[in-house]
Every structure is written in structure tokens, then in C-alpha cells.
Design a protein around this ligand. Structure first.
Ligand SMILES: [Zn+2]
Length: 281
């Protein structure tokens, strides 16, 4: 039998797989549907045209939500606490099951944004100091970080002290957390029991993300963690609920043990990891 030549759109197939990683975004889901139809008909031109639109997929959420998150970090105070409580009640209340996905996600977004406002506004110095301590502990705990020049670490700490950079990074981190949460909710609603961590694997990938890449996540456990953490009002409890995994805690973990950690990206600021649907049992 003659060897089948790889179709010219194979690389777009790989791009499609990447897009499906974030397929819970409305624009992305629509795009994925179109791409699948095009692949089925083996219409190369359509596949290529659709793939050319890939650039904006996934960035839309970040771009629309990040400025809002940043603004709220700066202005939310007691009003934020009050409004957050109202949102959390709605999200966690008995009406939740009746809400459509879009409504649920809007509530989730509102609750998370306001909750993060509380966190940032109540203890800005605590968030900042925790981040600096994390940087310093990286030097001690992480065998890879030991080879980083002390001047480099100092430069990073200085960047953290400049609030604009700091809030931008913090804001990006939580937009990512919101993104993953919406994916978990959609998996739950579609009966997808198991999800999977997918990291961007290149020379910039850190050791923590490298280990988590491919880890299976149980949707039910993750959803429970997300929903229950929405009711947290104490910033310290929030930080405890979403700890960044440390290299020295996970370096010897088996895949099953990593699943038990019940941890989805982001694993640190600027984390490029995400989660995708894997299978239903
Ligand atoms: Zn990483």
C-alpha cells in the first residue's frame, strides 16, 4: 500500500488542537466548529483561511478583562467587599443550577474580580511581600534558580516594587485563573470528568510547568475547589486555597500524586499553561 503523504494542513491540525485547549471561549468554540467542518471536507483553502484568524483567539478574554481587573485592584475597598458578597451569594446560591453558562460565567467573573479587589486592596503590601519572599525562596529551594545571577533576581524584585508592572502581572495571573475556571465549569456541564494540564513546552518552560504538563485533573474535585474558594473573604485564606506549587514539593511526585494536588495553571505569574477536556468516564 502506498504511503499516505501528510496533508498540507497538518500544521493547522496542530494549531486546531491548541485552539481546542481553550474551546470554552465562545469565539474559540465557533472557530473550532468551522475548522472541524473544513477538515472533514478536506477543503484546504478554507482550513488555511480559518487558521489565519487564529491570532486573536484566546487573547480576547485577556484583553477585555485585564484592564477591568487592574482598575478594580486600585479602587475596590469596602464597597468591593459588599458587592462581592452579593455576587458570591448569587453564584453559590440554589439558583446556580438554573443559570445558563453565560450567566454563570458572568457571575463567576464578577465574584472573582471583586474578591481579588478585596485581596489586593486590603493587603497590597502583603501580596507584594509574599511575592518577594517567593522570589527569594526560589533561590533557596530551586536548584535551577541557584544558577541565576543574584543581580537578575534583584532586578526582578525591583520590577515587582514598581506598582504598574506588579499589578499588570498580578492581574494577568487572575485573568488566567478565571479562564481556567470557566473551562472547568464547561467541562462539568458537558459531563467531561477528566481534564488535562497542557503547558507550552519550549526553552522558557519552567521546571514546575514541565512536571505538571500532561497531568490529569478531576473535573468534580476542581469545580468544588473553585466554587468553595469563591466564599473566602479572608485574603490569607485565599492565598492558602491557591498556593503556587513549589519545585521541592513536586519534583519526585508521580502523575497520580500530581492529580491529587488538584492544582491547575497558573502555577506562577506569566504562566502559559492551560487545561483541556480529556475524557468522560
Ligand atoms: Zn512555569
Amino acid at each position: 500500500m502506498a504511503k499516505t503523504k501528510a496533508p498540507p494542513w497538518t500544521k493547522y491540525g496542530i494549531m486546531l488542537r491548541d485552539v481546542m485547549t481553550g474551546a470554552w471561549h465562545d469565539a474559540s468554540a465557533e472557530f473550532t466548529t468551522d475548522m472541524l467542518a473544513a477538515f472533514k471536507d478536506q477543503d484546504e483553502q478554507t482550513v488555511i483561511e480559518l487558521a489565519d484568524n487564529l491570532g486573536s483567539i484566546g487573547k480576547e478574554l485577556t484583553e477585555s478583562v485585564t484592564p477591568e481587573v487592574k482598575a478594580i485592584f486600585k479602587v475596590a475597598g469596602k464597597a468591593g467587599v459588599t458587592a462581592w458578597k452579593a455576587h458570591a451569594t448569587d453564584v453559590l446560591g440554589s439558583k446556580k443550577a438554573e443559570l445558563s453558562l453565560a450567566e454563570y460565567l458572568a457571575e463567576l467573573e464578577g465574584a472573582m474580580v471583586l474578591q481579588l479587589g478585596i485581596l489586593a486592596e486590603t493587603y497590597p503590601e502583603r501580596v507584594l511581600h509574599a511575592e518577594i519572599l517567593r522570589q527569594l525562596s526560589l533561590i533557596v529551594d530551586n536548584p535551577f534558580a541557584r544558577i541565576i545571577d543574584v543581580e537578575q533576581i534583584t532586578a526582578r524584585v525591583k520590577i515587582l516594587m514598581e506598582s504598574e508592572h506588579y499589578w499588570e502581572s498580578f492581574s494577568y495571573l487572575h485573568v488566567s485563573r478565571l479562564w481556567q475556571s470557566t473551562g472547568v465549569e464547561l467541562a462539568h456541564r458537558n459531563g467531561v470528568d477528566v481534564m488535562q494540564v497542557v503547558e507550552v513546552m519550549d526553552k522558557r518552560t519552567c521546571p514546575v510547568c514541565r512536571i505538571f504538563h500532561g497531568t490529569e485533573i478531576r473535573t468534580a474535585a476542581m469545580k468544588e475547589k473553585i466554587d468553595s474558594s469563591l466564599s473566602i473573604t479572608d485574603p490569607e485564606e485565599y492565598i492558602k486555597a491557591w498556593p503556587f506549587p513549589r519545585w521541592n514539593e513536586i519534583q519526585l511526585s508521580t502523575p497520580a500524586e500530581l492529580t491529587e494536588k488538584n492544582a491547575i495553571p497558573p502555577y506562577h505569574g506569566s504562566c502559559r499553561g492551560t487545561v483541556r477536556f480529556l475524557y468522560s468516564t
